[in-house]
Design a protein around this ligand. Structure first.
Ligand code: MN
Length: 287
């Protein structure tokens, strides 16, 4: 094994995933691993899960797989039945099959790559501590060590923050793949990570694959969710701007006393946030 690709945070964006699948063919890794969040946020969860499963790539459980499973079946709590939650509820109850949901439930939390004569690699969605605890550049060395220190393997790869990142700290090399479907680093290209063996160690190559986003916007229109769920609007706006908006939108509404799931609130937010940089929501690592 001399080359691996690790991708994550596909989030139901099929053209982004297709662009990466095509790029992976060129890169020709020995193995591809998906570090979670194949589904939810975007309008094409079923299509993305079908493609990932067809490729036969191992998948690690992400927090959006967990969200979707919470909405499975008829026991959905009352507060999850409103239109705000429509995109996620639809994935669990209308889009994925019982077999898909069983597949998601069986996903492992970690995946370890053992390549002879090379540093071992542990792949998670968030960190060693939790699937919604992302590894990011805003963390101090001490914070990073606390997040990965349980890993016996010296290379730890996470995702979840939708921002590519790598830093050597203590005996660990900590990397973040960035996001395929919904990058938050201001670059709308589909992003993933390639590690290549180089002189007894791994060399990191952060790939960014440009693609046409028009088909994913059209897929959103077809869901019918955009008129009913402002969460769907925010998720689409995140793809348009390659910026994290969900928590900022919720805060914007709370501070102004605006109804969360009203088009007028979202239009106000979009106007207020136009032209802001990704740094605005830097510390909202949970997504
Ligand atoms: Mn994610």
């Amino acid at each position: 094994m001399t080359r691996i690709a690790v991708m994550a945070d596909i989030h139901g964006n099929l053209p982004a995933l297709q662009a990466v699948v095509e790029d992976v063919r060129q890169v020709a890794p020995d193995q591809v691993i998906v570090a979670g969040d194949v589904v939810n946020r975007g309008p094409q969860s079923k299509e993305c899960l079908d493609l990932v499963r067809a490729m036969g790539w191992p998948v690690v459980f992400g927090n959006h797989e967990e969200y979707v499973l919470k909405f499975e079946g008829d026991s959905t709590p009352e507060e999850w039945r409103g239109d705000w939650w429509l995109p996620t509820r639809s994935v669990a109850q209308d889009e994925l099959t019982a077999d898909d949901l069983a597949y998601l439930k069986a996903l492992p939390l970690h995946y370890v790559v053992d390549a002879p004569d090379l540093p071992g690699i542990r792949i998670v969605h968030g960190s060693l501590r939790a699937i919604n605890d992302g590894l990011g550049f805003w963390m101090s060395d001490a914070e990073l060590i606390a997040a990965v220190g349980e890993s016996p393997e010296p290379v730890v790869i996470g995702a979840h923050t939708h921002r590519p990142f790598n830093r050597r700290v203590g005996r660990w090399w900590v990397l973040n793949t960035g996001a395929v479907g919904v990058p938050f680093n201001g670059n709308p290209a589909a992003q993933y990570l390639v590690l290549t063996a180089d002189g007894g160690d791994w060399r990191a190559d952060f790939r960014a694959v440009p693609y046409d986003r028009a088909p994913v916007y059209a897929a959103w229109e077809r869901t019918g969710h955009l008129e009913r769920s402002m969460a769907a609007q925010v998720f689409k706006y995140e793809v348009e701007t390659a910026t994290f908006h969900l928590m900022a939108y919720i805060e914007f509404c709370e501070v102004r006393g605006l109804p969360l799931n009203a088009m007028t609130s979202f239009v106000k937010y979009r106007e207020a946030s136009a032209g802001t940089t990704p740094g605005r929501s830097l510390h909202f690592a949970a997504s």
